[in-house]
Design a binder for this molecule. Structure first.
Ligand code: SIN
Ligand code: FE2
Length: 229
């Protein structure tokens, strides 16, 4: 495992410089952005995992879930794995069945499991066996507000987050919501692993700008793997 460590501050200029440095000198080595948070540039092969994502979406269609306060989320979501993350007027939770179909969520495809497992290992987290994968679809204008991922039974395991398609600005606020944020632009194939001290940091995604990706068009996909149960 590499010990490259880059602490980054609230500056997209710096985030760009980080990307440049990575592209030029580190050649896809894992980069520690802050304690517990690892950035794996271009780690995921979006062409290779896309058939698995398509297969999940065919069985468990994307939907815009409601928040507890009744707002429709701008990101369309679905899940695969033993349990899936859902939200409605009753709040958010993991559920073993898809509330839209009353069927179990599709199994976690081998190609996705293997991506999560190898990304976690590259960041120093061995034996990572996720039981849930939330699939997010962002179109330009979609965003995700600051939140913590705290519905999982244990925080001993990291969250592995893979980005495909058009870029997005991901921000991290640390332990306090609304705290000073630090950001990084995530591009097709980039993976973040957040565990340890960073496992429960507030984070989110700024409103997506219009862009086009040769394979995915004007869409960003994000997969977040979790050990939920
Ligand atoms: C999430 O925090 O659940 C999604 C993050 C992302 O879309 O990059
Ligand atoms: Fe999250």
């Amino acid at each position: 495992m590499s010990s490259n460590t880059i602490f980054f501050k609230n500056s997209h200029v710096l985030a760009r410089a980080v990307r440049y440095a990575i592209a030029m000198t580190l050649l896809k080595e894992p980069v520690c952005l802050m304690p517990g948070m690892w950035y794996l540039p271009g780690f995921a092969q979006s062409r290779e995992i896309w058939p698995a994502i398509r297969q999940v979406i065919a069985a468990a269609p994307l939907r815009h879930m409601q928040t507890q306060r009744g707002f429709k989320m701008s990101v369309a979501m679905t899940n695969c794995g033993d349990v899936g993350w859902t939200s409605d007027r009753r709040g958010y939770r993991y559920s073993a069945v898809d509330p839209e179909t009353d069927q179990p969520w599709p199994e976690l495809p081998a190609a996705l499991r293997s991506l999560a497992n190898s990304a976690a290992a590259a960041a120093g987290f061995d034996d990572y066996e996720p039981d849930a994968c939330l699939i997010n679809q962002y179109k330009p204008g979609a965003q995700m507000g600051a939140h913590q991922d705290r519905n999982e039974r244990s925080f001993d395991y990291p969250i592995v987050s893979a980005s495909l398609g058009i870029p997005a600005r991901f921000f991290i606020q640390g332990e306090q919501k609304g705290g000073k944020s630090q950001s990084i632009d995530l591009h097709d194939g980039d993976v973040l692993v957040f565990g340890g001290e960073a496992r429960c940091h507030f984070h989110g995604v700024r409103k997506l700008k219009q862009a086009t990706h040769p394979q995915f068009g004007s869409v960003r996909w994000n997969l977040t793997f979790r050990v939920a149960q």
